[in-house]
Design a protein around this ligand. Structure first.
Ligand code: PMM
Length: 295
């Protein structure tokens, strides 16, 4: 007799833990992302990698089908959707909570249809303003990432006065467009967009001043994983650390971001960041009035 497995209930955003920073695992289904490109070039290998992250404890799996690295080649919407949709479907079926990393409203809509629960738009609404209507209509959380220009121009758009203040002000400007389209404040998650139109020093300054973003009143997501500024920091004998050599530094950024109250971190190495998050949660000062538990 065939063994009938009970279908897993779909994961829900509302059920995510609230007593610690969340860990979002990165799943790039692309041939050319800067650190894991080519590893998950087919749906099967991508699903397997996503499941590994899910079983390692990732709270959210962020699936993307177009590389966002500076100067990356554009893929068509059809190609992007052919890459991500089977992966989203399979991970949702396995019980994972999935976000869709795309700058295209049509891809986001198709991924939501396939079961994704969050929109992660690294363009900060600058590519397709229809994203705002989609978020308003579907009421799903929308990750608003700071970026100037596009993948080809962003590296040259790094003129800021005070980078944290400027990023917060520019995000607030886009947020107003989201509000005007009918998106609710609690749907919005803000992200400083580390590495997107920021130089190394500006990335550090943003991490040092996360409170400026937190003061906007939204959840804050930090995406530092394996980024170039970590490679530069870890330079040995004039050679920057490779992306794969940046995971311990990424976990250190996770610990500090979590300690400072980030809502989530977006990382490649889920296990290391989960451990870091647990350390930070244990070290955080107890809420006023909370007992020691030993009495
Ligand atoms: N970085 C990348 C892609 N998507 N999404 C958000 N919200 N924040 C980020 O910092 C971010 C992102 C680029 O890194 P990858 O190639 O490792 O995915």
């Amino acid at each position: 007799m065939p063994v009938l497995r009970k279908p897993r209930p779909a994961a829900r955003f509302e059920d995510l833990p609230t007593d610690r920073t969340l860990v979002m695992g990165i799943l790039n289904v692309t041939p050319d992302s800067f650190s894991d490109g080519g590893q998950h070039a087919t749906a099967d290998t991508a699903v397997a990698a996503g499941l590994r992250m899910f079983y390692a404890g990732a709270d959210i799996i962020d699936v993307g089908g177009e590389s966002t690295r500076p100067g990356a080649a554009e893929v068509s919407a059809d190609e992007e959707q052919a890459r991500v949709l089977p992966v989203v479907q399979a991970l949702v079926k396995a019980g994972a909570l999935v976000s869709i990393d795309t700058t295209r409203a049509a891809t986001a809509a198709a991924a939501l249809e396939a079961g994704a629960a969050l929109i992660n738009d690294v363009s900060g609404l600058s590519m397709e303003p229809e994203m705002a209507e989609l978020a308003a209509r579907t009421k799903v959380p929308y990750i608003l990432t700071h970026r100037r220009g596009n993948a080809s121009t962003m590296d040259s758009l790094t003129d800021y006065g005070n980078v944290a203040d400027d990023v917060a002000a520019e995000l607030a400007g886009v947020r107003d467009k989201l509000y005007a389209a009918g998106v609710a404040p609690e749907q919005i998650i803000v992200d400083p967009g580390l590495g997107f139109s920021k130089n190394d020093g500006q990335n550090w300054e943003l991490l040092q001043n996360l409170d400026v973003l937190q003061a906007m009143g939204h959840k804050v997501l930090v995406g530092a994983s394996r980024k170039r500024f970590l490679g530069t920091l870890l330079t040995v004998a004039g050679k920057a650390a490779t992306p794969q050599e940046r995971d311990a530094a990424t976990a250190a950024v996770t610990a500090i971001s979590a300690f400072r109250g980030a809502w989530a971190v977006r990382v490649h190495d889920v296990g290391a960041s989960l451990d870091a998050v647990k350390v930070a949660a244990r070290m955080a000062p107890p809420a006023p009035g909370a007992g020691s538990g030993n009495s």
